[in-house]
Design a protein. Sequence first.
Lengths: 188, 190
Amino acid sequence: MRKLAVFNTVTLDGYFTGIDGDLSWAFSDAQDTEWNDFVAGNASGDGILLLGRVTYEMMVSYWPTPLAAENDPVVAERMNTLPKVVFSRTLDEVLWQNTRLVKDDMIAEVEKLKNESGPDMTILGSGTIVSQLAAAGLIDEYQIVVAPVVLGRGRTMFDGLPENLPLKLIQERIFSNGNVFLSYEPTK
Amino acid sequence: MGKLIYAMMVSLDGFIEGPDGELDWHVIDEELHRHFNDLESKMAVLLYGRRLYENMAAYWPTADQNPSALDVEVEYARIWQAKPKIVFSKTLDKVEWNSRLAREVVPHEINRLKERSNKNLGLGGPTLAATFHRLGLIDEYWLYVNPVVVGRGKAMFLDVDSVARLQLVETRPFSSGVVLLRYQPANATL
């Protein structure tokens, strides 16, 4: 059985996107070598990415482009080659390299994927699928980067979770750019 | 000069209360309770919004008489009762327990309060905190991030619509799994 993690950056007031999907707050000019290594380390190795439609559309408009190849060559190469699964009822096809579309019954598909052998899986972004999979108890690790930003309003990745989800802190790491990495497991 | 500190327990998804005011998700053990006792006992004054004052005043005046109260709770009840408090409310007629009423937030009065004090000032309540945040009156933000997701509820800042970048100055994990993230305002805005 393989592990399913979620990895997301949130503001210190808990939002993973602004109301209109704005993510500009997530990028800082502060240079931090340790942080850059951390990001590159996450992008290395095997893995499968699980994405909702909105996150897929945002990523496919950037990572396969020459701009990404120039700005973030290492991460772009990994993002393009890693296997990806996109969950969407409305999309008819996905055009990104090494990407598979799942239109129905996300929960059953994720259960099936977890029971297969192979590399671990990570959800990026994708608030709607995070809350559904969290509620179904299918997420094994919550990896959250808290950015030193107050957004005031926005969307949380857990919106609509029907009941409280108690977690256990397993890792805490701080970076000089002000980001804090917190990692949790469900307690049950 | 005292610093004005907005300290609050928050869920991992950024809420200070559940949708119906629930606080039952707080992960507070003796270590963390003692930390709060220590923090508040060293404050010059506590600045409260109306609802927070009413919640606190409904519980802490008698909490030390409850025979099943823990030592840390008895101690906190006495700290709270004696601590000077300013309650910001347009509707309340009177407040008790070493509290006085203020009708609105007047920045130069808050700044004078800070200047005259060699101890820190505590701030509580999301509406009041948003007002202080907008006016640039908060010197430190202390978030106690609880290891729990609540899904929905009351945000830690109500009615804030401008983006602000803060500076992380300290983190401290507690044995309960709560992590303190301490921030100061950064000069740069986005």
